[in-house]
Design a protein around this ligand. Structure first.
Ligand code: ATP
Length: 305
């Protein structure tokens, strides 16, 4: 095989709590991550040659095509880990559908896609744990992305027994993962027309008052028991305490999305700015999505994987 297509799924956070700082100053988290069926298409071609070369293009002109791109970075990481294999040309074409810098781990997904793709194309035979250990060096959302993409791209041959799963409780800096049941229902994702820097949010969150935190033990039990009242009560993202205050536009959009009485829950994903709403049926989600689009908001219907 010398080419492969990987679907690079976006995640949302059903909850985020910040529990402290590690010795390096990184924030310690306790959160539930959920893969959705909104994806980028990542095409990877491999041609053996004497010279090692990476070329990358995408349908978004503003995305970097060099080592600043996480997919490119993932190739360099794999080449460093497996120098004997890194002789040839890697051609990457990313068709982006997932909003960028949105709190949906789109870039991390693309990095994960390259690790999974090169594992196949270079016939490395790595298991998921080994790929996650490599992925962690790229970013803290990459191990979850590897597990979620491995789950969603069935033809890669990984199942739940091999450690592929679409939903997890994540602790530490986000890399210590435990599978948990996926949420049911449908989602409407709304991307406000602005970017929020993840770094900025974490730098400022320690100075914010946090009036309520998710009970992630209860949330996991509620997901297991399909207890939706308990699920919605614990869908809390403490990072909203910074982002919604610092970016009134995001708060305004969250309020607007929440005006729909049919929405079961409305929450910000990651450090923002994407807001998502949970609906019971696809029809409800489609109606809500169309209504939001008519007001000019970039909106998508998705479902949990
Ligand atoms: P997270 O939820 O992990 O914080 P995010 O969804 O907020 O991620 P990304 O879409 O991953 O954010 O993009 C964050 C930054 O990474 C952007 O500024 C973008 O330029 C850069 N980036 C690098 N590679 C990629 C990629 N392949 N796709 C999207 N963004 C990328």
């Amino acid at each position: 095989m010398n080419s492969i297509k990987i679907l690079s799924f976006a995640k949302v956070n059903l909850s985020i709590d910040v529990t402290g700082l590690d010795e390096k100053g990184y924030h310690l988290l306790d959160m539930i991550m959920q893969m959705t069926n909104l994806y980028d298409e990542v095409f990877v071609q491999w041609e053996e040659d004497e010279k090692f070369e990476i070329s990358l293009r995408s349908n978004k002109a503003f995305l970097p095509t060099d080592e600043r791109n996480l997919a490119y970075k993932a190739c360099l990481l794999m080449a460093e880990a497996f120098p004997a294999k890194a002789k040839g040309k890697i051609d990457i074409n990313i068709k982006k559908h997932v909003p960028v810098a949105a709190g949906l781990a789109g870039g991390s997904g693309n990095g994960a896609a390259l690790i999974l793709a090169l594992n196949k194309l270079w016939e490395l035979g790595l298991d998921i744990d080994a790929m996650c250990a490599l992925g962690e060096k790229l970013g803290s959302d990459v191990p979850f992305s590897i597990r979620g993409l491995a789950y969603g791209n069935k033809e890669l041959g990984f199942g739940r027994e091999e450690g592929a799963y679409p939903s997890a409780r994540a602790r530490g800096t986000g890399t210590i993962l435990e599978p948990c049941p996926s949420m049911k229902g449908y989602l409407v994702l709304v991307k406000p027309p602005l970017s929020v820097s993840t770094k900025e949010v974490y730098t400022n969150i320690d100075n914010c008052e946090i009036p309520c935190r998710p009970d992630n033990d209860a949330l996991v039990e509620a997901l297991k028991a399909d207890d939706y009242e308990l699920i919605y009560n614990n869908m809390i993202n403490v990072l909203e305490n910074y982002t919604l205050n610092a970016y009134p536009k995001v708060k305004e959009i969250k309020d607007k999305v929440g005006q729909d009485q049919v929405a079961r829950k409305v929450l910000m994903s990651g450090s923002g700015p994407t807001i998502f709403a949970v609906y019971k049926t696809k029809t409800q989600a489609s109606i809500a999505c169309n209504r939001l689009r008519k007001t000019g908001l970039e909106s998508y219907v998705a479902r949990p994987l």
